[in-house]
Write a protein that binds this ligand. Structure first.
Ligand code: ADP
Length: 386
């Protein structure tokens, strides 16, 4: 990192392609087959119908199904400008790895290659002004999902589950993964919840009902609603016409619109919290300090040594006791910052000249470490008044 006064020390292509997107929301599930892709595409169209501008990225590199669900299997994105332009279909902009590889090419990348591909894929797409970009993640809780969670500046994540116990267990695991890396949970959707017979109108809970709601309540995260088990949802997906585009009269379409309204409400709440802490400017000063300008225009200064000794990673703090395990006396006073990178929209990963690079500094808490004269004086006064 140079010591110039540039706007941001970040050297991150991922952020640039996404800079005009207001809310980036990952749609995730602990396991495959729970309807994550079906829900992503219908939710995208439902959000569009509520007046939002919406993009959809099919990042399910191992089984990209969005081109089929949107009836665009043969479409090819424009790459003439050296960047990937999304394709417009049913009023949403979308891109899928499935548009770049032929249908019969099995995607068998190992995790490190898959991660690299996803990073490049995200960074290479030029999205326009969008209210929402939904990212349909590959199922599971491995490194690929983790990379995306940390690098795509997510507003939050939606967890899709079906009502069976086994699905709820893995959905819980997926949810914990996001919470561990501080990505807010927009909410939980229960899919395939109850089947209504088109002949007699009787509803049967084939896979049980209500598990998603219970899980949301027990974990204190929002519940976004239930989508019924409805053959018409599957048939419309196979025809490449998401059910929501066929009108909002059916129970399934109404359910999707209801979920979309909740997604809007909860993601806006999360966005407001993010905006409260998201720096206006991050830069390195010529003398090697990190400078952050906060939304209220307060300018914080952080010296490398102070940041290093306040690292809260698992090798510097005992996770059980919360006590510092780092021997502060061993930290050289002439410590330097060697790298600063954003982690989602909530933190900074900072590397130091002693090789330490596992610390993530949560923006919400960083202000407490501000070393400017005003903050230092206030802290001193607080400690006297105790
Ligand atoms: P995932 O992305 O989680 O692997 P998919 O979205 O591909 O799952 O869905 C798996 C299958 O289930 C597809 O055939 C899809 O059409 C069907 N499906 C998903 N949700 C529903 C639903 N609510 N009612 C009926 N079929 C559904």
């Amino acid at each position: 990192m140079s010591d110039t006064d540039k706007q941001s020390p970040f050297n991150d292509t991922i952020q640039s392609g996404l800079s005009r997107v207001k809310n980036i929301i990952a749609v995730a599930s602990g396991k495959g087959g729970v309807g994550k892709s079906t829900l992503s595409v219908n939710l995208a169209v439902a959000l569009k119908q509520t007046g939002a501008t919406v993009g959809l990225m099919d990042a399910d590199i191992y089984g990209p199904s969005q081109p089929g669900m949107l009836g665009s299997k043969d479409a090819r994105p424009d790459i003439s400008s050296g960047q990937l332009k999304p394709i417009s279909k049913h009023g949403i902009d979308f891109i899928s790895m499935g548009l770049l590889v032929s249908d019969d090419t099995p995607v068998i990348w190992r995790a490190p290659i898959a991660m690299k591909m996803i990073q490049q894929f995200i960074g290479a797409v030029t999205w326009g002004d969008l209210d929402y970009l939904l990212i349909d993640l590959p199922p599971g809780t491995g490194d690929v999902q983790l990379t995306l969670a940390q690098q795509a500046s997510l507003t939050g994540a939606i967890i899709v589950t079906t009502p069976q116990q086994v699905a709820l267990g893995v959905a819980h695991k997926g949810l914990r993964m996001f919470q561990q890396v501080n990505v807010p949970i927009v909410g939980i959707i229960e899919n395939m919840s109850g089947f209504t017979c088109e002949h007699c109108g009787k509803s049967t809970a084939i896979f049980k009902e209500g598990g998603g709601k219970q899980m949301a309540e027990s974990l204190s995260v929002p519940y976004l609603g239930a989508i019924p088990l409805d053959p018409a949802i599957m048939e419309s997906a196979e025809e490449g016409i998401p059910i929501v585009t066929n009108g909002t009269e059916t129970a399934a379409a109404k359910a999707f619109i209801g979920v979309a309204e909740k997604v809007k409400e909860y993601s806006e709440q999360i966005r407001q919290i993010i905006l409260k802490h998201e720096p206006k400017k991050i830069q390195m000063s010529r003398d090697g300090n990190l400078q952050i300008t906060w939304p209220d225009d307060h300018q914080s200064v952080f010296t490398p040594h102070n940041l290093r000794i306040n690292c809260a990673c698992a090798s510097c703090i005992d996770e059980n006791t919360g006590k510092k395990t780092l021997d502060v006396k061993q930290v050289p006073l002439d410590m330097k910052i060697t790298g600063v990178n954003p982690v989602g929209r909530y933190g900074l990963a900072i590397s130091f000249s002693d090789g330490h690079n596992t610390g993530i500094y949560i923006l919400e808490r960083m202000r407490e470490l501000c070393e400017c004269d005003i903050c230092a004086r206030n802290r001193k006064q607080d400690s006297f008044s105790i």
